[in-house]
Design a protein. Structure first.
Length: 281
């Protein structure tokens, strides 16, 4: 359905108005999703399925410095082809990855991929969302949400959301880098991922999470994600790009979709030998 048909459906009278509006909105969203899909021709080659070398053994100052350096080097190389997204309204697109650290755009969102030390092992902290939520209930994700007017930057948005959802202290979080923004499911919201490090040792079970949003917090060792046995490859939305779906500590819970996409991009950037995304032929 073209934009004109979408606009005409919104003016349909009576009971037909609601039905036509819903159908038109659905068709228009699908059309936009197809239009905003990746350029499959520029996607890197397939993952060979071999175990990868863990870049750090501990989340100490040397380990954090190495991760920060690799994230900065990746940012300096520019946005890779598989992360160049189109948006329905380019004039309203918000800041770039680097600009997002200094400014905030109302309506845009940020998430925090939070590294922590659990039992001396570098780990990544996740949330399992409250099962009573209307959207994305029971899913594994990173802390995050939309920017508030009071936020000084999108990085501050990511930290604030993590503080509210996980019960951590903002002073204990250090931002060490970011990833290029990625689109939400309808391609109308840009999500800015940031990478942070949580000071000290962490026991996810003792975190005072916000029960309204979070069922529980859990962490998985960084080395877990470098073993291909812990993931399977699936198509990402309507594109031909294939990304991993990661298993977790619960058989019924996986890390998939946008969270998996962000996680995999992070793994690529901190390890030169990390598996690239692949495209179906």
């Amino acid at each position: 359905m073209h934009l004109r048909g979408f606009q005409m459906a919104l003016r349909a009278p009576g009971a037909l108005h609601t039905m036509a509006r819903r159908k038109a909105a659905t068709l228009y969203a699908k059309k936009e999703t197809r239009r905003c899909a990746h350029d499959d021709r520029s996607v890197p080659g397939p993952w060979e399925g071999k175990p990868r070398k863990l870049p750090i053994a501990r989340l100490d100052s040397a380990g954090v410095a190495l991760l920060e350096q690799r994230l900065a080097e990746a940012t300096a190389r520019g946005v890779p082809a598989h992360m160049r997204f189109a948006y329905p309204r380019p004039s309203e697109v918000g800041p770039s990855e680097s600009e997002a650290r200094q400014q905030v755009v109302p309506g845009e969102a940020a998430v925090l991929l939070l590294l922590c030390s659990v039992g001396g092992r570098p780990s990544i902290l996740f949330e399992e969302r409250n099962r009573r939520l209307a959207a994305h209930s029971g899913e594994a994700c990173f802390a995050g949400g939309k920017a508030d007017d009071a936020d000084t930057s999108l990085a501050a948005t990511a930290v604030r959301e993590a503080v509210e959802e996980l019960g951590i202290a903002a002073a204990d979080v250090r931002i060490i880098g970011g990833l290029p923004p990625v689109p939400g499911k309808d391609h109308r919201l840009r999500v800015h991922p940031f990478v942070g490090v949580l000071a000290g040792e962490t026991d996810p079970e003792t975190l005072r999470v916000s029960r309204n949003e979070v069922h529980r917090a859990f962490a998985l060792p960084l080395e877990y994600f470098f073993d291909p046995a812990n993931s399977t490859m699936v198509r990402f939305r309507q594109s031909r790009i294939r990304i991993p779906v990661y298993r977790t500590d619960k058989p019924s819970l996986t890390i998939w979709g946008l969270t998996a996409f962000i996680l995999h991009e992070f793994l690529q950037r901190i390890s030169a030998a990390a598996p690239p995304l692949s495209s179906e032929k």
